[in-house]
Design a binder for this molecule. Structure first.
Ligand SMILES: *Cc1c(COP(=O)(O)O)cnc(C)c1O
Length: 406
């Protein structure tokens, strides 16, 4: 149990790439009294959040909202569109892509896992975990699938385990170039409302997202944005589904209600988050995160450490993965930073365990909170005996001072 004297003063620095720090305005919205989820007031809220999510996903088509974590919405995407034994093509971009594939396998789907081969000479880490989706390999694989056994191509937009973002429009072009009928399913659980994302324009059939990352809310809501083709596919798909079924949830959401009890208070928060995000305008929100990402990368460069993302074009605006030198245990470093400075950093996951840490730059964040976080990291790196080429804090200060917010 937390006793008062163990509780540090000031705010904890939640610098993991989700859950992200929740703005006070959203916490206040969530604290309102819970209302009748079948009453008239609720219907207005339900319709408002669904319409707002269509704007955030940049889609004119239905969005299903689940009282569940992002993982639930992954399952919803799979069980609504596939039948037992169906084949899907997934792409190994990191830990979350790996978990999605594990889920597909557990559901009785034949999941082929495509990966960029080899390891990187500089870091010894797998290339697949340092680059985005290898679009040419996807096209080549689909061209070989002459009988069209592959039902879906499933990719992660913003790989939260690495800090690499993939070009989703290019994946769609690859599917079309191969003249393949596979659906395109995209996880942007950590990208939505921070990194540019366009469900309709990019030709995505199912987009999966969640509340606790770019939307700045606590965990507990997740989403499926749909296409007409995905809805059509769901009518013949035979995997068992009940709670996740699109049919009931999409039909009822048109009136602002759910087939079961939705998480009312989080939906208050969602309505408020939409006002913040759409009020500023998506382009402003995206530019803010890109600018933060550039500032954090300036710090990492000045320290002389590699970023996990090895492709300049594909750096995530949401988080930055920092590779620690050989022999430095990144988990021990994170523990030291947490203990000394009350700052939480993201762990290296899966194949990256102990090799890197992740700095989130999303949620309730600004130049000065980011500067404080970078100061905590720099002090920790020095205390951990990591040799640094220079001051990342100095470099980030210069970056932020020289590039005013748009
Ligand atoms: C966080 C995350 C998930 C998992 O979502 P949960 O809400 O933890 O179930 C899946 N994919 C990506 C890319 C994520 O960032």
């Amino acid at each position: 149990m937390l006793t008062l004297d163990l509780h540090p003063s000031g705010r904890h620095f939640l610098q993991i790439p989700g859950p992200s720090p929740v703005p006070d305005r959203l916490l206040r919205a969530i604290s309102l009294p819970t209302i009748d989820h079948r009453g008239p007031e609720f219907g207005a809220l339900g319709r408002k959040v669904v319409a707002g999510m269509q704007q955030v996903f940049q889609t004119r088509h239905p969005v299903a909202i689940y009282p569940a974590s992002g993982t639930g919405a992954w399952e919803a995407a799979l069980v609504n569109t596939l039948s037992p034994g169906d084949a899907v093509l997934m792409v190994e971009t990191g830990h979350f892509a790996t978990l999605w594939r594990k889920m597909a396998t557990r559901l009785g789907i034949e999941a082929e896992f495509l990966a960029l081969p080899g390891t990187d000479a500089q870091t010894g880490l797998p290339n697949a975990w340092r680059h985005g989706v290898p679009v040419a390999l996807v096209e080549e694989r689909l061209r070989k699938d002459r009988e069209h056994r592959i039902q879906s191509v499933c990719v992660v937009h913003n790989e939260t385990s690495t800090g690499v973002t993939s070009d989703i429009a290019a994946v769609r072009r690859a599917i079309d170039a191969a003249r393949h009928p596979a659906l395109l399913m995209v996880d942007t659980i950590s990208g939505l409302a921070s990194a540019d994302y366009r469900h309709d324009e990019w030709g995505v059939d199912v987009t999966i997202s969640g509340s606790q990352k770019g939307l700045m809310l606590p965990p507990g809501i997740s989403f499926n944005a749909l296409s007409p083709r995905a809805l059509e596919r769901s009518r013949s798909a035979r995997l068992p589904r009940s709670y996740w079924g699109w049919d009931e949830i999409v039909e009822m959401s048109q009136t602002g209600y759910w087939p079961y009890t939705p998480n009312t208070n989080l939906l208050y928060g969602l309505a408020e988050a939409q006002e913040m995000i759409l009020g500023q305008g998506l382009p402003v929100v995206f530019a803010r995160h890109r600018r933060w990402g550039a500032g954090v990368r300036a710090a990492v460069r000045a320290w002389g450490l590699p970023t996990q993302c090895a492709d300049d074009e594909r750096h995530s605006p949401v988080l930055t993965g920092v590779v620690t030198p050989a022999g430095v245990d990144a988990d021990a470093l994170r523990a030291l930073i947490h203990q000394r400075f009350d700052l939480s950093l993201g762990a290296g996951l899966g194949k990256l365990k102990g090799r890197m840490f992740r700095i989130g730059h999303l949620g309730d964040c600004n130049d000065l909170t980011l500067m404080a976080a970078l100061a905590g990291v720099e002090m920790g790196l020095k205390l951990g005996g990591v040799p640094l080429a220079g001051s990342g804090v100095q470099a980030a200060m210069e970056h932020f001072a020289a590039t005013p917010q748009g």
